[in-house]
Write a protein that binds this ligand. Sequence first.
Ligand code: 15L
Length: 254
Amino acid sequence: MAVILMTGASGSIGRMLRQRLGQHELRLTDVRAGEGVEALDVTDAAAVDRACRGVDAVVHLGGISGEGPFEEVLAVNVRGTERILQAAHHNGVPRVVLASSNHAVGLYERSDAGPDGLPDDVPPRPDSYYGWSKAAMEALGRLYHDRHGLHVVCLRIGSCAERPADPRDLSVWLSPDDVARLVEASLTATGWRLVWGVSANTRRWWSTAGGRAIGYVPRDDAEEWAAEVGEPDPAAPEHRLVGGTMPTGPLGAA
Ligand code: 15L
């Protein structure tokens, strides 16, 4: 059991994790207070520092979760993550799990994947300002690992939802139970790591190596919903590209 500070606890992934990480003492925070959730603006360095006192790990989910104006993703995602890492270091918190995203590398294509799938640690190739902010968060995590020895696991999350919603999800879905398994595994991992956040989907084309290395064993498979979501169009860019439709949307549009 660990004392875990969770940011973004009222978001969709936060809600999934709250129900599934009950064996830990969770300190739930979000930009707005809610039931059992304290208000924490991740860009407020003093408040973040106070929130990090006496915790064993931070699960940092808070931030802008889709494309937005550059200044906004810079302020919230990048500066907010710097505040978290700084406060973790200052308070002797050994471990931070960062919610990165497939959009940090959204412009890779299926043809870039080798026989073992697209590696977890392919260099950044963002598909949007949002994806760029996630790549910057990963780099900040590396800085804090290299300079201060923090263990930082950056999760390159696919499409995390209760159920697959469209044909792309047949490959990139991350189920609620698997995201909990992934975070649980990340809470004992060491070093600085990039790990795909994806379930055991039959049509997965992203490597399983990074997850295996930290003991993440996904169990769910989007294939169960294949008939409902329909078949992908193999010629469509969203089928070819890691980032789905985000790489073809306008830069900076909320
Ligand atoms: C993400 O990182 C976003 O937060 C989410 O809104 C989806 O766009 C997801 O990736 C995805 O790629 O489906």
